[in-house]
Design a protein around this ligand. Structure first.
Ligand code: MSP
Length: 507
């Protein structure tokens, strides 16, 4: 089976921040998890480099949009590596191969009769690269997302007959109740469709920075249509000399933030239908990471720098934090204080200490060999169905619920140590058999949770699995009791050492 997961492609008009790292981390968790399930995975991320937001930002800096793209694409590529993302390709919409596919697909949409010439007038936000309806405006005539005053714009454009796809889209939503998850976003997209669809500009006349309209060199393709097509174009040239489209299209899941729902859940499937290309299987929507009450964004100046957090705490801690603190799919607040709190109480204490205590006791009491013993049924029972539960949650893009299911078992193992007090058993000559069972149960429990945590915290979980002498990483091996005792343990070092918070983030 093939699994194809994507992130949005990020605008190169700004430097990356934690909001961008968030989607990349989430997509990486799904990619790693599906590889553990034995699927053939393709994971795509990249940068969105055409259009007005990039042109305007470049103008401000006195450089060309291409120079700005070259400069900032590097940082987004670095961010993916920094959070340990295993993307198979990094697409840039300035890649000539991508531009060729855009020209080809819009030509097909044109030839299929879904494009006409017309005039558009409306409120335009250059930062969204999108027109706004009267009802969307806030404070008179401001963009609801960027809170900047909008101008009324009038343009002669080529139009995409989006309105003609109202019925096919409604049918799609009726037939596939999980086309968009979570449900609240499904309902939002469907009511947008039912509210009536207006045709959409397919091109821009005033802009120069984009893919030329194949049949009209005076205009460029609207940046959103160019950008959405990245998901499809990438497969045709990501691997040299090979076209992966047949293997991986349609995409299994597009992960995106809620601000770009309409583009992915309405416009994108309509464009694909118009071009007679299969629509994706699912669109998974996440909420905003907030600081204070506001969406974290460079323009509002309230950002956590993911590069700095990773330098100080490591990428596993950042990956864990963003997916644990805010329920995926919902909005939620993040803060340096909240981060440090979870780092200490959950990563260092609940997981790190549990691991080091367990390994130390096996070293001290059993000469470094995991005892060959039976685990207590009342411990084993807590792991029944866990791997299946994680799979089911991740299939619904519930990344936080899946992580929580695993973490409840981490807490359970901690409670088990407290209940059994193995250090007391070790002093009691009659407690040897019980101690064997407790130590085996702890090692096996730690092994199972670590296999399931690999997608979330790949480096730390891998170090612990190696120290437990565990060979298997597949999801099949995440069953309690799948591995018996006998392994020789090693030394993982401190998984989450104490760190001094950096001055800058404390300020
Ligand atoms: N270029 C378009 C996407 C084109 S996809 C065909 C774009 N780029 S973006 O860089 O502005 O945003 C990319 C993603 O980052 C969006 O999904 C957005 O929701 C997400 N985030 C940016 N800031 C965010 C937070 N503070 N919190 C969570 N995600 C947010 O839109």
């Amino acid at each position: 089976m093939a699994f194809y997961v994507t992130t949005p492609i990020y605008y190169v008009n700004a430097e990356p921040h934690l909001g961008h790292a968030y989607t990349t981390i989430a997509a990486d968790v799904l990619a790693r998890h599906m590889r553990q399930r034995g699927e053939e995975v393709f994971f795509l991320t990249g940068t969105d480099e055409h259009g007005e937001p990039v042109t305007q930002a470049a103008e401000k800096l006195g450089i060309t949009p291409r120079e700005l793209g070259d400069r900032n694409a590097v940082h987004f590529r670095e961010l993916a590596a920094k959070v340990n993302a295993t993307n198979d390709f990094f697409i840039r919409t300035t890649d000539p191969e991508h531009e060729a596919v855009v020209a080809e697909v819009v030509t097909r949409i044109h030839d299929n009769g879904h494009v006409y010439e017309g005039t558009y007038e409306g409120w335009y936000c250059p930062r969204c690269a999108d027109f706004k309806t009267d009802s969307e405006l806030v404070d008179g005539n401001k963009c609801p997302i960027h809170l900047i005053v909008l101008e009324r714009e009038k343009e002669d454009n080529w139009f995409f007959r989006l309105s003609a796809f109202q019925e096919p889209l409604e049918r799609l939503y009726t037939e596939r109740s999980d086309f968009v998850v979570p449900e609240i976003r499904f309902n939002e997209a469907l009511s947008f469709i039912k509210g009536g669809l207006r045709d959409l500009s397919l091109s821009r006349a005033r802009l120069k920075w984009g893919v030329p309209v194949p049949w009209d060199g005076s205009q460029v393709i609207y940046v959103w249509i160019d950008a959405l097509l990245n998901y499809y174009s990438a497969l045709s040239y990501a691997r040299h000399g090979e076209d992966l489209t047949g293997r991986f299209w349609p995409a299994s899941v597009h992960l995106i933030g809620k601000d770009i729902l309409k583009f992915h859940a309405v416009i994108w499937p309509a464009l694909l239908m118009a071009a007679e290309i299969d629509v994706p299987e699912r669109v998974g929507i996440h909420g905003y990471l907030l600081m204070g009450e506001h969406k974290m964004s460079k323009s509002l100046g309230n950002v956590i720098d993911p590069f700095q957090v990773v330098d100080v705490y490591g990428e596993d801690a950042l990956r864990f934090y963003v997916l644990r603190e805010v329920r995926f799919g919902h909005d939620g607040e993040v803060s340096p204080e909240g981060f440090e709190q979870r780092y200490t109480s959950e990563l260092a204490n609940e997981y790190g200490n549990l691991a080091s205590r367990t390994l130390a006791m096996i070293g001290r009491y059993r000469d470094g060999l995991v005892p060959k013993a039976e685990a207590a049924t009342d411990l084993a029972v807590h792991f029944d169905g866990l791997a299946e539960q994680v799979c089911a949650e991740l299939d619904r893009v519930e990344l936080t619920l899946a992580l929580d299911a695993v973490w409840q078992r981490v807490k359970r193992l901690n409670a088990y140590v407290q209940d059994e007090q193995p250090w007391k058993l070790a002093k009691d000559a009659g407690g040897a058999e019980q101690l064997d069972s407790v130590l085996y149960g702890l090692a096996e429990g730690l092994r199972v949770v670590s296999v399931l945590l690999l997608p979330y915290m790949p480096a730390a979980a891998e170090r612990l699995l190696a120290a437990l002498g565990a060979g298997e990483r597949s999801l099949d091996s995440a069953r309690f009791g799948a591995v018996g005792g006998g392994a020789r343990i090693g030394e993982p070092g401190q998984l989450f050492p104490r760190v001094e918070p950096p001055e800058a983030s404390a300020a």
